[in-house]
Design a protein around this ligand. Structure first.
Ligand code: B12
Length: 225
């Protein structure tokens, strides 16, 4: 099957065809990861380019996002299939002001697939919302995402707030999203960055096995307001 057709369906915001193509591709044995990486994501990249060149506006971006999400519903069960072992817990979401939740939901799915317990907070979370969830769930890993140059600064706020609440050393904080760079991730003192969900999950797994998954949040630490 030619996945460039799926690219076109996403670009055109044709959710019905994106969905039926995805089902057909799965039936033909094309791996879910390939459908995401070769069909859906390149489609969204073209949508972004069209937005930049003012050929597309918000409504077009939105219908394309819906088409991608419709296809993702069928890929989710495959991406989250794991060996059933209960692994570490990860909290995932986008930072304050950022509604772009497709990428971070993919990160969450792939973490689940790697055996993590995932608490998915969705879009637009304050630092305290993230950190409250980390404490409530005794989570070890925090994955935060931002797609806007105006919202990536809120990632620094999450790291700083974890320090203020004196829980920074009890968790790993990973960052991602199109405007994020390796340098930015270092500057804000996060634990790491990767440009895509697959590489991100690999990094997190390697990191946790190196640090032995010990010493993370274990008590209900009260927040310093
Ligand atoms: C779809 C979309 C929207 C949808 C979002 C729907 C949704 N529910 O997500 C809607 C229509 C709501 C939207 C709104 C806006 N958008 Co918009 N949007 C996009 C678009 C086309 C695709 C984003 C996407 O889903 N990509 C596919 C996913 C899978 O990729 P991803 O998020 O990058 O995630 C991957 C990696 O980055 C990584 N990753 C992501 N997070 C993390 C976290 C960790 C820890 C790790 C390890 C990895 C990781 O893994 C993912 C998978 O491999 C992009 C263009 C683009 N190419 O990115 C513009 C884009 C991001 N949007 C843009 C803009 C300007 C806006 C608006 C401000 C427009 C407006 N005038 O109002 C608003 C802002 C709304 C808000 N407050 O957030 C600009 C941002 C420019 C900038 N430099 O800041 C872009 C780049 C378009 C452009 N070319 O100008 N948008």
């Amino acid at each position: 099957m030619d996945l460039s057709e799926l690219v076109r369906f996403v670009v055109e915001g044709d959710a019905d065809n994106a969905e039926s193509f995805t089902l057909e591709a799965l039936a033909q044995g094309i791996p879910a990861e390939d459908i995401v990486n070769t069909g859906l994501i390149p489609g969204m990249d073209i949508v972004g380019e069209k937005f930049t060149s003012r050929e597309y506006f918000m409504p077009e971006m939105l219908v394309s996002a819906r088409a991608m999400k419709r296809a993702m519903e069928h890929l989710r069960p495959l991406l989250v299939q794991s060996d059933g072992k209960t692994g570490p817990t990860a909290v995932c979401g986008t930072v304050t002001g950022d509604l772009h939740d497709i990428g971070i939901s993919l990160v969450g799915m792939m973490l689940e697939g790697a055996g993590f317990e995932v608490i998915y907070l969705g879009p637009d979370n304050t630092a305290d919302q993230f950190l409250d969830a980390m404490e409530k769930e005794n989570a070890q890993v925090l994955c935060i995402s931002a797609l806007l140059t105006t919202t990536i600064k809120n990632m620094k706020g999450v790291v700083e707030r974890a320090k203020e609440r004196k829980i920074r050393n009890q968790m790993k904080i990973y960052v991602g999203g199109a405007p994020v760079t390796e340098k930015f991730a270092k500057d804000i003192e996060s634990d790491g960055y990767r440009p895509d969900a697959g590489q991100g999950v690999k990094m997190i797994k390697e990191d946790l096995s190196l640090s032995g998954q010990i010493n993370f949040i274990k008590t209900n630490h009260s927040a310093v307001q």
